[in-house]
Design a protein around this ligand. Structure first.
Ligand code: MLT
Length: 270
């Protein structure tokens, strides 16, 4: 079912499918909860699955002129509270992972597990911040062109023709994001702090899904900083760029199901 929750006077769209323990899916940039459609169908055979349109994305309107990750996390919390949910496994793809990390800092007691799906806990470098500023100028001039370029850059080059229908569909989803929604997310990501300490001290299992051909996530740094942490599990996708839930669908779906089962069996023993 599709539902709406109120947060700071806006209506936040979410989908709610399946029954049982809850998995929360947070999409990346510049996307919407629609990217999780196939995943939701598959995961909802085993769990209750909530996917949310973050502020400025899909059908959820913008709030002001910047969307800090903390504001998006509070929005997610409002949706989950409105459904009476107290504990869940949270899965964040890229920007959704930045939001999930802000969430775990603000509301640590609600997590049974965390999956960073092509995401990381570092702040933008000085160079990346300049890129975000350039992106804001481009979006204001020609959002359609900007979105097409971004979506193309997310896939491993070899996968662009292999998954051409998915690429086209993703571009359509991204094009529905308003200019303001894109700018607000860029500004919010630009100002996010690093949260790497959260991965060190997480009191729940963490799954990192990485793409060998990802051009956005600093895989090596992340692997170095998490090696030896018993609660952190790594899944390296050999054939994927930044879009493993499309580029390596079955493997990522099955891994998430296994991971969530492990998280829930551990939390029910506590
Ligand atoms: C995303 O896929 O959500 C973005 O590429 C993340 C980013 O730009 O840092």
């Amino acid at each position: 079912m599709i539902g709406f929750a109120e947060f700071r006077k806006i209506r936040v769209r979410f989908s709610d499918t399946g029954k049982g323990r809850t998995i929360v899916l947070l999409h990346g940039f510049p996307e919407s909860m629609e990217v999780w459609e196939e995943f939701s169908v598959k995961l909802s055979r085993h769990f209750r699955v909530i996917a949310i349109d973050l502020p400025g994305c899909g059908e959820t309107p913008c709030i002001g002129y910047v969307h800090p990750m903390e504001l998006m996390a509070e929005c997610v919390k409002t949706v989950l509270d409105s459904l009476g949910l107290r504990r869940y496994v949270m899965v964040g793809h890229s920007m959704g992972g930045y939001v999930a990390l802000a969430f775990t800092e603000l509301f640590p007691d609600h997590l049974s597990g965390l999956c960073l799906f092509h995401s990381h806990p570092y702040a933008d470098s000085a160079e990346k911040k300049v890129d975000r500023e350039k992106a804001v100028v481009l979006v204001k001039k020609d959002p359609k062109h900007y979105v097409n370029e971004v979506i193309t850059s997310l896939f491993a080059p070899d996968n662009l023709s292999l998954f051409k229908d998915d690429v086209r569909e993703l571009k359509q989803i991204a094009r529905r994001t308003t200019r303001q929604g894109i700018v607000n997310a860029l500004e919010g990501m630009k100002e996010r702090p690093k949260r790497d300490w959260l991965l060190q001290y997480a009191g729940y299992p963490v799954l990192l899904i990485l793409g060998k051909k990802d051009r956005i996530v600093p895989n090596e740094l992340l692997l170095r900083q998490t090696s030896g942490l018993k609660h952190v599990q790594i899944l390296m996708l050999e054939k994927a760029g930044h879009m493993g839930f499309i580029e390596e669908k079955k493997l990522t779906q099955d891994s998430l199901i296994r991971f969530a089962r492990k998280c829930f069996s551990r939390s029910s023993k506590k």
